[in-house]
Design a protein around this ligand. Structure first.
Ligand code: ADP
Length: 985
């Protein structure tokens, strides 16, 4: 078959290979190669790679363009796929005959070298992008604006490099030559470094090499399958792994999106002297799976290629190690035993710490909270496991070995934060990720399509699917979901009841559907036994159970075979089988079932559950231990939250919702259920009261505001699980604030659903500040039910796109109180400006619109201006860091002339020149309200400023015009300042 036919025939597979992982990286790599091989010319590239369009549409365009170019181009396209795709994806594709890439003469110009060497340049520049930008800035090739454009935090490091290369090419030959010269200079250092590394590698003895092979193969075997699928059909990680959203924050609070390989890379380092990288994320966000992927790719030598030995640890398994061990014993006993020459292998580890990586999964599940009180630095002296672990994390022991630790954020207190090299946040699936995951689960496109459609039709369920473990359950239970006459699940308790039913149904000999009535009662015995095991496990931070413990709880082979418990695969040498729950959230769910369904008369179980989300670290955890209190009598630095019990409390609330009343009544007497409902309501109310009491009184002249703690979000989620409006109303009646601040609280779509459910009952509107979370478009949609109760909405840095704005404005125009919106640093383009224009036209009481650091050009500004010209109320308009340019500035200035309220207007860093400034001068001269105009970091020269001065002479109301960083010499600035003191340079 010809290459052209192969491209056509395999179109779906090729598209899937390019877009299936939810990342644009494979497409970009293929494009790099095709540019280098001159299959594509620069103009083709510009047509294909349009960042405003989805990756899938870019990929389709690529296939079309190459197909049109004929047989050779198609052959080279397949060759590029072969080079870029990982082994497991290649097996599905046929690449046809080999196409050799012809050796070309060296390109005549530096700009063409940027294309022919593009794949190599991308690799080289990834680790020194900042230095390269510095060089381009200091040589005058780049402006600050160019640098900012390259480094927008929405781009991954590789994408930033490609933007840099594109921009250099656009600037021309001098810039290209400067960049290549810089790279030439750094080359020898890199080469030297490489040689040094190579030499080090060769010092590994044959026995160490043998050990590496053994370790690689045992890590590969362990990480090949996804363990949660153990009982329910084995899924290879390659088939199911979907990229999650990974972000890192720099010291200034700006976030950058990362790829998997960047987890241990240089991006986002906060403390160069530390060796511990934290991957943090809520339960079920995919931390263990991410580590598993890293392990597998290392074992296959596809990632972390400079790491010689990788030792994976699980903290839940370390809990079961009661012996005192030396580091040497820990490595060899728990990971991989050297068949020969132990001492030599260990010496290699000691001598080459930079070639070694340790990973620790589930630090939050480690029995003991982190402390740095005990120092230990001897690798051969046996000590208790916590001492070993904590000293490794601090770097007292084995300084230089890179450590990657995964944990829920609640378990990482300030004492550990001191030792972190960087913190990577794993935020679950994006909407594209959810679709990818479903398609990977169901290779039948019809079925996948139906599931995606049903998810999109139910926004509460869709929002749950942003958390991978819920996404897995929801897709697992598709039969119940698609065919269900029952209500579609809304809460996580609904979802977990669905999976409970699904597992029992799978095991049942009865025909499908026969399980429905009384199914929980029918399996109550198993549920209670598992529940007790789960609860006792949580009490003791125990997540791994021996066969003996199972027996003690009366669990039989049949109970185990239902699938909630799975074998715990372990590299360490143990003689008995051990088990764990499919996922920690499932253990919490069983614990909640036990608390709610057991018939004992213990009245304190529920209240304690709601009091017990903190415990001092270092103490052995006691069931439902210490309450949160604001008195501060305990040492805060030693307090860590206990997220397991919070999740359990959430499930307990959900089980007591009215919706599940009938199901529960089969299993638990009505009076007992009622008593437990009352207890939950009372406990929730008390916990919330305690939280409200922490709110400081208003500072004079400021609004009364509450900076909520993560535990506030947890309590809100419990209320949502109960699905009881009157509880939500009663709770909110006691909240008396004007501003509710929930920044950096890991608020995703799920949390937005719960927040809206409760906040819609507020008596008076509040300002809702959700900056620096991961709300996204789905989260925005979830917030709509409480929008009428928000006078301001702050959503800075939240991954929101034009689609989210469409929905927000659709609702916002009908909300009387809604007056302020801040959307700094999202993913907005010109396409959403028509919606803001509508907002401006429709709401004549709207006060403030801030859209900084998005992707708005002059076209978008013109659309906004159209709406603004009909608006009389807007006081603050911020467009900092967009690409409005002169024509956009002129359109906005013209529109604002009629506005009778505008006080503050910012066009900082928007490519505005003197033409724009002279249009703005008209606004300055005519406005009766304008006080501040911000024009820093633009290209305004003397003529423009003179227009502004003239205008200022006519208007004494304007207080300040900011002009720092424009096209003016220091002398000009001084001179102009003398003419008009309200200009600020
Ligand atoms: P965490 O460690 O954060 O609690 P896990 O990694 O155990 O979460 O994820 C729970 C389940 O969610 C996994 O067993 C798997 O079914 C699913 N999952 C998580 N991350 C991914 C991913 N990247 N791709 C596919 N499935 C995933």
């Amino acid at each position: 078959m010809s290459s052209q036919q192969l491209v056509l025939k395999q179109r779906a597979l090729l598209l899937d290979a390019l877009c299936g992982g939810g990342s644009a990286e494979p497409l970009d790599c293929v494009l790099d190669l095709l540019l280098a091989w001159e299959v594509l010319i620069w103009e083709d590239y510009l047509i294909i790679r349009v960042t405003e369009k989805p990756v899938s549409s870019n990929a389709r365009c690529l296939l079309d363009v190459v197909y049109e170019k004929g047989e050779d181009a198609s052959g080279l396209l397949l060759a590029a796929f072969k080079q870029v795709l990982p082994e497991e994806q290649k097996s599905e594709l046929c690449f046809g005959k080999e196409y050799a890439v012809l050796e070309k003469n060296r390109p005549a110009t530096a700009t063409s070298a940027l294309l022919t060497d593009r794949p190599v340049l991308v690799r080289k520049l990834r680790d020194n992008i900042h230095e390269a930008l510095d060089v381009l800035m200091t040589t005058g090739c780049f402006t600050i604006k160019d640098c900012d454009g390259v480094q927008l935090p929405v781009y991954t490091p590789s994408q930033q490099v490609r933007r840099l290369l594109d921009q250099v090419r656009f600037k021309g030959e001098t810039a290209a030559r400067t960049l290549l010269k810089y790279l030439d200079q750094t080359e020898p250092i890199n080469k030297e470094h490489q040689i040094l590394e190579e030499t080090k590698r060769f010092t590994a003895s044959p026995d160490t090499l043998l050990y590496q092979k053994k370790l690689r193969s045992s890590v590969a075997a362990q990480s090949h399958f996804l363990s949660t699928y153990g009982g329910t059909g084995r899924f290879s990680l390659d088939d199911i792994y979907t990229n999650g959203l990974l972000e890192v924050m720099n010291g200034c609070g700006e976030t950058t999106t990362l790829e998997l390989e960047d987890v241990v890379g240089p991006v986002g380092i906060l403390n160069k002297d530390a060796d511990t990288v934290l991957v943090s994320g809520e339960a079920g966000n995919g931390k263990s799976t991410l580590l598993q992927r890293l392990h597998l790719l290392w074992a296959r030598e596809s990632l972390l290629t400079d790491i010689y030995l990788l030792f994976p640890f699980s903290c839940r398994k370390l809990n079961t190690e009661h012996r005192v061990l030396s580091l040497k014993e820990l490595l060899f006993l728990h990971c991989c035993w050297p068949d020969r020459n132990q001492d030599e292998v260990f010496q290699f580890i000691l001598d080459q710490p930079h070639l070694v990586l340790f990973t620790f999964d589930g630090l939050d599940e480690f029995k003991q909270g982190f402390t740095d009180e005990e120092r230990h630095c001897c690798p051969t002296q046996p000590v208790p496991i916590p001492t070993l672990l904590f000293n490794l994390l601090q770097g007292t022991l084995m300084k230089g070995v890179m450590k990657v630790v995964a944990s829920r954020p609640q378990a990482v207190g300030p004492s550990l934060k001191r030792y972190l090299r960087k913190e990577v946040h794993l935020k679950g699936f994006s909407p594209v990720g959810i679709d990818c995951f479903v398609k990977k689960q169901y290779r039948d496109p019809g079925m996948a399509g139906r599931i995606i459609e049903s998810l999109q039709g139910n926004s509460a369920l869709h929002s749950l699917c942003h958390i991978p473990v819920f996404c897995w359950i929801v897709t697992k239970c598709h039969q119940e979901l698609l065919g269900g006459e029952d209500c579609i699940p809304q809460t996580i308790t609904d979802v977990y009841l669905l999976v409970l039913q699904h597992f029992f149904l799978r095991k049942s000999s009865q025909p499908q559907g026969a399980l429905r009535k009384g199914w929980l009662e029918q399996h109550l015995d198993t549920v209670l036994k598992l529940g007790q095991l789960a609860m006792e496990g949580l009490e003791a931070s125990c997540y791994v159970f021996s066969g003996h413990e199972l027996q003690r709880h009366g669990l039989t082979e049949h109970d185990i075979s239902i699938g909630f418990l799975i074998y715990c695969y372990d590299m360490s040498v143990t003689d008995s089988k051990r088990y764990e729950f499919l996922h920690i959230t499932l253990q919490c769910f069983f614990a909640a079932l036990y608390v709610i369904l057991n018939r004992s008369n213990n009245r304190s179980d529920i209240p304690k559950l709601f009091l017990s989300h903190r415990q001092p670290s270092g103490l052995s955890p006691k069931f439902l231990g210490h309450c949160v209190d604001c008195s501060g009598e305990k040492d805060e630095s030693k307090m860590v939250e206990k997220p397991d019990l919070q999740i359990t409390a959430q499930f307990a609330s959900g089980l007591l919702s009215l919706q599940h009343r009938n199901l529960l009544l089969d299993c638990c007497p009505a009076a007992l259920r009622e008593r437990r409902v009352k207890q939950v309501v009372k406990s929730l109310s008390k916990a919330m009261q305690r939280h409200f009491k922490c709110i400081p009184g208003p500072v004079e002249g400021e609004k009364k505001s509450m900076h909520a703690m993560p535990s506030f979000v947890w309590l809100i989620k419990c209320i949502y699980e109960m699905q009881n409006n009157s509880i939500a109303r009663d709770t909110m009646a006691k909240l008396d604030v004007e501003h509710l601040k929930l920044t950096y609280c890991n608020i995703g779509p799920v949390e937005c659903t719960a927040l809206a459910y409760v906040l819609k009952h507020l008596r008076n509107p509040v300002g809702l500040q959700l900056d620096n979370n991961c709300v996204g478009d789905v989260g925005v949609e979830q917030l709509l039910p409480c929008l009428h109760n928000c006078h301001s909405l702050y959503l800075r840095n939240n991954n929101i796109t034009d689609e989210g704005i469409r929905k927000l404005v659709e609702k916002g125009v009908h909300c009387e109180h809604f007056q302020k919106l801040a959307l700094f640093n999202n993913k907005l383009t010109d396409s959403c400006m028509q919606h803001f224009a509508l907002l401006m036209k429709s709401k004549q009481n709207f006060l403030s619109l801030r859209l900084g650091n998005n992707n708005i050009t002059s076209q978008g500004a013109e659309q906004l201006a159209e709406g603004l010209s009909c608006n009389r109320s807007l006081q603050f308009l911020g467009l900092w860091g967009n690409h409005i340019g002169d024509s956009g500035a002129a359109a906005l200035a013209n529109a604002l002339k009629n506005n009778t309220e505008i006080k503050w207007f910012s066009l900082v860093d928007n490519g505005v020149g003197s033409a724009g400034a002279s249009a703005l001068a008209e606004l300055v001269s005519q406005s009766k309200t304008l006080e501040e105009l911000w024009l820093n970091k633009n290209f305004i020269s003397r003529d423009g400023v003179e227009c502004l001065i003239k205008a200022l002479k006519m208007n004494s109301r304007v207080k300040e015009v900011w002009l720092k960083g424009n096209n003016l010499s220091p002398e000009e600035e001084q001179e102009l300042k003398k003419e008009e003191s309200r200009l600020i340079f």
